[in-house]
Ligand binder design. Structure first.
Ligand code: C2E
Ligand code: CA
Ligand code: CA
Length: 738
């Protein structure tokens, strides 16, 4: 075992004068001056356990009580029983034990008249140690009585002190172990060690830098050393300190208790490279018996230092990116949490994402990319003004906190040329900048999520940079609130449908209807689907809406059936619904169990996003068509991919998007697209529906181009079921599927 593990103290200097101080103090209480004199004579020059003896005398019990009160370290009392009266001595025993509470002092009763207080009675009733007839107590016997009583007294004192010390150590340890940072731990250690040693002058605790042992890092300082600032670096210990002894402690890894200084050496090599040295100045020698306690204390301190080192290591692990050695996301979140609202308001969060990192990893390897990231971080850090904090928040992402209105060149996002291994590498970055004052009371996680979403938005828009300002923030927060409300509406089945007729253009006979969802917000406003459907799609809950619409369409078909109406009803499916197995199962199950109903059921699918995963999309369409459900491609013409895919597309009809119909009488391009779709439809056998017809000219034009079916305010607005039934009563209905 290493010496520093046992925390042994260096051997004490044994040339100390043992006769300094009073030695053993004996109090003789006797009203007979002659006896006092003979006692003094026989104790003269006596040495017991290598120490001299000091005799105090008292002529009465009262005087003795005063001396005892003033002199706590009396080892033995030689007590005459008969003084002022027959039992004055016996009463003094009670005073010593019960009033003064001194249980350590040894009491030897002496009597010149053996009959007065019978020996056995006295020994039983009173807490005394020996009872002698003065006549029997020869010089030699007195010496042996005192020797053994002093030994007992020393033991009792040591036990008492140990008990007290133990309490002190327990208290001190509890206090110092409650400190979790080095500085407060160290200053607590300094103040606690003072209680043991009685430091008046103060002390310091320094960390020794293992690499350059010359430099000392002040961790705590007290008393006359208080001017040494915590965290400052010292070349040497203060000149008044015993440099040679300190050197000894460092070389031999040991504590030393000197007359007016104590040096403690703590090593934490197991946990980190730090070694600590505590030097304290005291005005007297460390009291006897405190050595053992100091040893226990320093073991506690030493484990305290180790605990702190471990904690630091843990927090390094928790708050540092292990690869780049820079703060990580957890650290940043903690920093943001610790910031006051006022500080947050004056801060901007810049999130930077490195594009195509995965491709680079596959091409150049992980190590190269780590260096690339490291250099990119340093480069950005250097180019950004007044960075408050920087952290790696994801594989390819960094976040920098900047002062509000910090002005930086957006060019650094557009162009980063990074040198790695002597090669210049061009980095593509996407960034978002959040003014945190819009999110003062949001949790840091929300800020980071928004920053990430904003980066994605920048990427989709093909821009390298996006500013999350108050306008965008309002959109986001409104969207968030709306989503919460929408979830509640879905749960409470508060969504309803309206039905908008589709007509045969040549005679406006009704050929079918489209169900459109309606949501009346608790605040009374009808929220347009164009506002909440995209949010529902983005958060994956659109399926729940479409399921409820589907159920209401089925109910409506039942009402129609009862009324003898055989018009098909279409409802809208988002492309994500096609990959939602349970909704697909339900649709197909409905079609299987209700053939007649299935023929009247139609789905309209918005083509824009769905074409990305054409294969899955097509499979789903096939399943619906095989089940006998009509399929329509909505908003046709807005997504280019569908034009290319049209030859493979399985669907019954295409709906020309309203945006083309809007412009069809005024804009040549809109006409071109419309005409192309009509021709494609004829060629590949789709029926074509024109939606959003508001003007007779639009209808005339479409009719002239060979479009059969239309939908729009010109013919009818979307209506609730009651109104629809009314409206249908006055119309001609045709159903080629009946
Ligand atoms: P869409 O499927 O293209 O529906 C047509 C939209 O145009 C409807 O708006 C309808 O009210 C409106 N419209 C019809 N004729 C005219 C017209 O002559 N002029 C004008 N200005 N507008 C007309 P709505 O109901 O607000 O729906 C908007 C979009 O929300 C729908 O476009 C559809 O994409 C989506 N949506 C509506 N209901 C649902 C649903 O139940 N599920 C899903 N997934 N999406 C739905
Ligand atoms: Ca539609
Ligand atoms: Ca549409």
């Amino acid at each position: 075992m290493d010496k520093h593990d046992t925390f042994e103290f260096a051997e004490r200097d044994e040339t100390l004068d043992l006769d300094a101080g009073p030695g053993w103090i004996i109090l003789s209480v006797d009203d007979d001056p002659a006896y006092q004199a003979s006692l003094a004579y026989s104790l003269q020059g006596l040495r017991l356990h290598d120490k001299k003896v000091t005799l105090l005398t008292a002529g009465s019990a009262a005087e003795a009580a005063t001396i005892l009160r003033q002199t706590p370290d009396i080892a033995v009392v030689l007590l005459d029983v008969v003084m002022e009266d027959d039992t004055a001595g016996l009463r003094l025993v009670g005073t010593i034990r019960e009033v003064l509470g001194n249980m350590a002092i040894r009491i030897v009763l002496l009597t010149g008249q053996p009959g007065i207080a019978p020996r056995t009675m006295v020994m039983d009733k009173l807490d005394i140690d020996e009872y002698w007839d003065k006549a029997d107590l020869t010089s030699a016997r007195l010496s042996s009585v005192l020797t053994s009583q002093i030994r007992t007294w020393t033991y009792i004192k040591q036990i008492n002190m140990a008990r007290q010390n133990l309490q002190m150590i327990v208290d001190a340890s509890r206090l110092i172990n409650s400190k979790q940072n080095l500085a407060s731990f160290a200053s607590t250690v300094l103040s606690e060690v003072g209680k043991f040693i009685g430091i008046r002058d103060g002390g310091i605790i320094c960390a020794l830098n293992p690499v350059a042992e010359q430099s000392l890092h002040v961790v705590a300082a007290s008393g006359i050393y208080q001017h040494l600032r915590c965290d400052s670096l010292l070349a040497t210990f203060p000149p008044d300190m015993p440099t040679a002894a300190i050197e000894q402690s460092i070389i031999h890894h040991e504590h030393q208790l000197l007359t007016d200084y104590s040096i403690f050496y703590f090593s934490c090599v197991e946990t980190n490279a730090d070694t600590y040295l505590m030097v304290v100045k005291h005005d007297t020698d460390v009291p006897e018996g405190f050595q053992f306690m100091l040893q226990v204390f320093s073991e506690n301190v030493s484990s305290g230092f180790k605990n702190i080192a471990l904690l630091n290591r843990l927090s390094e692990l928790a708050y540092q990116d292990p690869v780049l050695g820079i703060p990580n996301r957890n650290w940043l979140v903690r920093e943001l949490e610790l910031m006051t609202p006022a500080k947050i308001n004056q801060t901007m969060l810049l999130k930077v994402e490195v594009e195509h990192l995965d491709e680079s990893i596959l091409t150049f390897g992980v190590q190269f990319c780590n260096r690339l990231l490291e250099q990119a971080y340093l480069s950005l850090y250097g180019q950004l003004p007044d960075v408050i904090a920087g952290a790696r928040t994801g594989d390819n992402a960094f976040v920098f906190l900047l002062p509000w209105q910090a002005d930086f060149d957006r060019q650094i996002i557009k162009q980063q040329h990074i040198m790695v291994d002597g090669f210049t590498q061009q980095l593509f970055l996407v960034a978002s900048l959040l003014e945190l004052r819009h999110f003062t009371f949001h949790p840091p996680e929300t800020m980071l999520t928004l920053a990430r979403a904003a980066c994605s938005a920048a990427r989709t828009r093909g821009k390298p940079f996006i500013l999350v300002d108050s306008k965008l923030t309002d959109q986001i927060t409104n969207g968030y609130n709306l989503l919460q409300d929408l979830r509640r509406a879905i749960r409470g089945h508060q969504l309803s449908i309206v039905l908008q007729p589709k007509v045969r253009l040549k005679d406006e006979a009704v050929v079918g209807l489209e169900a459109l969802v309606r949501w009346r917000h608790p605040n009374g406003r009808f929220v347009p689907p164009g506002e909440f459907i995209p949010i529902a799609e983005a958060s994956g809950i659109v399926g729940a809406i479409d399921r409820q619409v589907f159920e209401q369409v089925v109910d409506t078909l039942r009402v129609f059936h009862e009324q003898g109406i055989t018009l098909p009803i279409a409802f809208n499916l988002s492309s994500s619904d096609l990959t939602d197995n349970s909704l697909m199962e339900d649709l197909i199950e409905f079609a299987r169990s209700n053939h007649a109903g299935a023929r009247l059921l139609e789905v309209e699918i918005t083509e824009t996003q769905s074409m990305d995963d054409y294969h899955r999309f097509r499979q789903a369409l096939d399943r619906l068509i095989d089940a006998g459900i009509q399929v329509s491609i909505d908003d046709f013409g807005t997504g280019y991919s569908s034009l290319a895919q049209i030859t493979h597309l399985k669907a019954h009809s295409l709906k020309i998007d309203k945006s083309f119909i809007d412009d069809v009488t005024t804009n040549i391009n809109a006409r071109h697209v419309t005409e192309m779709i009509l021709r494609l439809g004829q060629r590949f056998g789709f029926s074509i529906i024109a939606e959003g017809i508001e003007q007779p000219e639009q209808k005339d034009y479409l009719l002239a181009q060979g479009c059969d079916i239309g939908q729009g305010y010109l013919f009818a607005r979307p209506m609730p079921l009651e109104e629809v039934l009314d409206w249908l009563g006055k119309r001609t209905m045709v159903n080629d599927r009946a």
